[in-house]
Every structure is written in structure tokens, then in C-alpha cells.
Design a protein around this ligand. Structure first.
Ligand code: UTP
Length: 291
């Protein structure tokens, strides 16, 4: 038995504007763009449930209701499919226990830190997970499960990190690493989008977090940071030294589906691994590359 309080709740901040995907994201949220046949949000929710998370808290904004609809019961669709003898298994991952899906609104997109803070009343006084669904994490076990396993050993705050080439660090949140033990690294500091020369490492924060509820109090009085937004990284940085803070190097692959090339890469990579698609997609890719 672990001494730690279990991670039962996850926050999905999905209130961003998704400007890099316009016009596709004018009327539908970025998180509903499908990689093959599952919307991005579904991959994140599947990963959360694999890690034992029960309650899903979506921080949404204007035009984001499709995300909540996706996890609602589709009565007409299901009845019609049943009448036509179509299997309903494909809809199974979209079923959430009644009461386990909560949506709160971030009225103005003031940044990721502010979006997380909008969930404070539902999170309450427990440690919780955060998922950025546009970062698609593929691994076995999934990224959050790897993090929960680490959390059970060390408790406190845990973030997922990945190594990137040094010339890419200035696009991300970067950690100052302390002692390392296997996949676990002590976090001594955090900086959001540092200049290359000032980056304390090439280990970037990658879209998955387990945080203690005290972060909400820090966010409450958080000033705007990089890009004029209330940054989660700045709030987390203030928790270092007060509570244990570790990074887990994710054993798996990350696709940045917030960018067009990352999205295309994810689609191709996953299609090439799907038994029902791989042969056809490989043949198509070969033909296109030969042209
Ligand atoms: P991004 O930096 O990817 O911003 O946000 P974005 O608005 O989604 O996309 P672009 O850059 O305009 O194309 C990272 C995560 O934080 C959420 C986003 O929904 C995404 O999951 N977010 C960001 C919020 O929920 N609220 C905000 O105010 C900002």
C-alpha cells in the first residue's frame, strides 16, 4: 500500500484558442481533431483512466462544448446503431460514469496557469493530475501511469520530462536537474521558454503533471509571466524547496499535436502501427515519396 493520497482527479485545460490550426479550429476545438479515428482528447482520457483516475475536470471556453458532448451518452446514435445491429464497442471509451465528468469555464484565456486555477473548487484539497491533450503521449504503460508509479514512491509533485536537442529548448518549460536515479530526477528549478544560452538543461516539461493542491494558492496571486500569460511553470517553480519535486523521464514517444507537423507525424506513426491500416498506409507513403 502506498502512503500517498491517491490521484483520483485530472484537470484537462482545453480553453486555449488553438490559433495554429485556424481555420480548422474556428468552430471546433483543437482537442476534437482526430488522429486517425480518435479525437486528441480521447487519447488523454484513455491515458488518465489507465492510470486509475476517476474524475475528469475539463476547463473549457467558448466553442468547446463538443468536447463535453463527446463523452456524453448519444442516445439517438446508440439506438440507431443497435437497430442496425452495429456493435457499440467502438463507443465504449467515450462512456464516463455519471458524475465523473465536470466542466468549468475559463472565461478569458489568460494562460495555462489560470486555466488550472479555474478548477480549484472541484480539485479541492487533494493532489491531482493535469493533462495537456495536444501533447500526445504514446507508451506502455502510458505516461501518467509511469508518473503515478513514481508518485507512489516519492509523493509530492511530479512532472513528465523529455530530452530535446539544445536548439529547441527556448520553446518549452525547462528543468534545472538535481540528483538522478533511473527515470527519476530531482527538480531544482523551472524556467519557461529560456534563451538557449540560459537554459539549465535540455529536459523539457511535457504536458503531464501531478501536483499538490497548494499550487492553487500560489496561482491565486500569480503575476503574468512569459507571453503576458499566467504561467503554470512559474507557480510550480515557487513550490520547489517547500515540497518534494521530481521529474520522470517518460519512456515512450511524444507528439506535439498542437503543431501541424507534429500532428501529421502522429497520424503517420500511429497508422503505421495499426494492423488494420499499416499495409495500405505504407504502400501509399512509398508511392508518394517516389513521385
Ligand atoms: P497552447 O500554448 O498550445 O495554446 O496551450 P492554444 O491556444 O491551445 O494553441 P495555439 O498556440 O493558439 O495554437 C497549451 C494548453 O493550455 C490550454 C490549451 O487549451 C492547451 O491545452 N490553455 C492555454 C488554456 O486552457 N487556457 C489558456 O488560457 C491557455
Amino acid at each position: 500500500m502506498s502512503r500517498q493520497k491517491p490521484i483520483r482527479k485530472a484537470v484537462f485545460p482545453v480553453a486555449g484558442l488553438g490559433t495554429r490550426f485556424l481555420p480548422a479550429t474556428k468552430a471546433i476545438p483543437k482537442e476534437m481533431l482526430p488522429v486517425i479515428d480518435r479525437p486528441l482528447i480521447q487519447y488523454a482520457v484513455d491515458e488518465a483512466r489507465e492510470a486509475g483516475i476517476e474524475q475528469l475536470i475539463f476547463v473549457t471556453g467558448r466553442g468547446k462544448t463538443a468536447i463535453v458532448e463527446h463523452f456524453d451518452m448519444a442516445f439517438e446514435l446508440e439506438t440507431t446503431m443497435k437497430e442496425r445491429d452495429k456493435a457499440l464497442k467502438v463507443l465504449e471509451p467515450t462512456r464516463i460514469q455519471p458524475g465523473n465528468l465536470v466542466a468549468v469555464r475559463q472565461q478569458v484565456p489568460l494562460g495555462l496557469g489560470h486555466a488550472v486555477w479555474c478548477a480549484r473548487a472541484i480539485v479541492g484539497d487533494e493532489p491531482f493530475a493535469i493533462f495537456l491533450p495536444d501533447e500526445l503521449m504514446i507508451g506502455e504503460p502510458g505516461c501518467m501511469k509511469q508518473m503515478v508509479e513514481a508518485y507512489e514512491q516519492v509523493g509530492g509533485n511530479i512532472i513528465s520530462v523529455l530530452e530535446v536537442p539544445e536548439d529547441e529548448v527556448s520553446s518549452y518549460g525547462v528543468i534545472a536537474p538535481g540528483k538522478r536515479e533511473g527515470a527519476l530526477t530531482e527538480v531544482k528549478g523551472l524556467v519557461e521558454k529560456p534563451k538557449r544560452a540560459e537554459a539549465p538543461s535540455n529536459l523539457i516539461i511535457s504536458g503531464r503533471y501531478i501536483l499538490q493542491p497548494e499550487v492553487m494558492r500560489v496561482l491565486e496571486s500569480q503575476e503574468k509571466g512569459a507571453g503576458g500569460e499566467i504561467q503554470l511553470t512559474d507557480a510550480m517553480a515557487q513550490m520547489i524547496g517547500q515540497q518534494p519535486f521530481h521529474a520522470v523521464t517518460f519512456a515512450g514517444r511524444r507528439f506535439d499535436c498542437g503543431s501541424k507537423t507534429g500532428f501529421i507525424e502522429a497520424t503517420l506513426a500511429l497508422a503505421l502501427e495499426r494492423p488494420d491500416l499499416a499495409d495500405d498506409v505504407r504502400a501509399i507513403a512509398r508511392r508518394l515519396l517516389a513521385e
